[in-house]
Unconditional design. Sequence first.
Length: 439
Amino acid sequence: MKVIPLKLRQGLVSAVLLLLLLPSSFIAIEQAFQQQLITNAEQKMEVHMYAILSELHLTDGKIELNNNTLAPDFYRPDSGLSAFVSDGQQLLWQSDSSLNQAFVVPDIQLTPGQHIFYEMTQADSDYQILSIAFLFDSGDSAYPLAIHIVQDQALLLAPHQSFRSTLLRWFSGIAVGLLLLSILAYYWTTKPLTRLDYEIRQLERGKQEQLNGKYPSELKVIKEDLNLLLASQNRQKLRYRNHLSDLAHALKTPVAVLRTSPLAQQPELKEQIDRITAMIEHQLKKASSSGQDIWKKQTALLPLAEKLINALRKIYRDKDCVIELSCAEEAFFRGDETDMMEMLGNLLDNACKACHKKVRVRVEQHPLKLIIEDDGPGIPPTQRQELFQRGIRLDTYADGHGVGLSIVAELINSYSGTITIGDSELGGAQFTLTFLDEV
């Protein structure tokens, strides 16, 4: 599972909040405004209805209204506002504004005193209607009548669209402003983390010894703890090196005395002294190895490999072996240069000893792989694991004590890496060293 960096997570959270909050707020405000428009329209239509009801009278058996008190929209054709009076069966009166309007009074059954507000579509036009039923008292009798106030819904579209355009402009400006503020806040809040990340990378590259930047209180404790850890590690490494130097100096004289002794010329004792010398060298290299240091330097592999190959070409110039190298310029090893030289040098030296004419070295990154091949006799599968045991040798070379590959294996293990032996396309053996990207 891939871990999302903290900075990216913060940016994603801000973006998601911005994308969710602004559209939802825009829709909520727009819907609220539209509902308010409808409510206001219903209230205005109710006022018109009571105005008509107050001016309604019967003359010579016909319904008439005193139009002087009605709203001007009822006189103006195509105003979008009209009124109708019916007795439930036929139309008794209609406003002047409805003369050019293709609207048919709906046939609805209402009880006296009941009024309803509803929407209706006729002839591809949408209308809002307020209807009320009542009993009209003419003195001698009461007539059941109904008043219908009709408003074209297009009257609501203009203010709604105007409000929506204004709201969209405001929200666009708010979105841009919030985006800029989010970007500024993002960089301002993550700046200490960016600086801390940079200093840690400088530590890994060995370009500084401790964290020196000024950090907020939340990161100050981490900075101090890391500096204490680094100082403790450096003191410990210095003690190890001093003790190893003392040990090497203390063993140097006794081993030299043993070598000059006449007894040391005996084959059995000479072999044992050589083994002791080799084991001392191995243990000194192993103890001084950086191994699982907390902060590792980044060692460029191309110049290191070229240096080793040039040296081996001089050593094996009589053999005239061809050593091919395939390594990207940016390839690096996250560890100590001495350790990599020990591992790669041992394997290249063995390959040059075993090859007939050709050795090939390939370096791959992510994860880091070093592949060393030769065109020699190869190594039988049943004997491959024995190579990593101390003192075991499968060749017949005069030099060496069988500890080279065991040193390589132990160094690789200290970096949490792996080494495998296989068959090369060149015909000989293939050694593959694999290291994790982060060790």
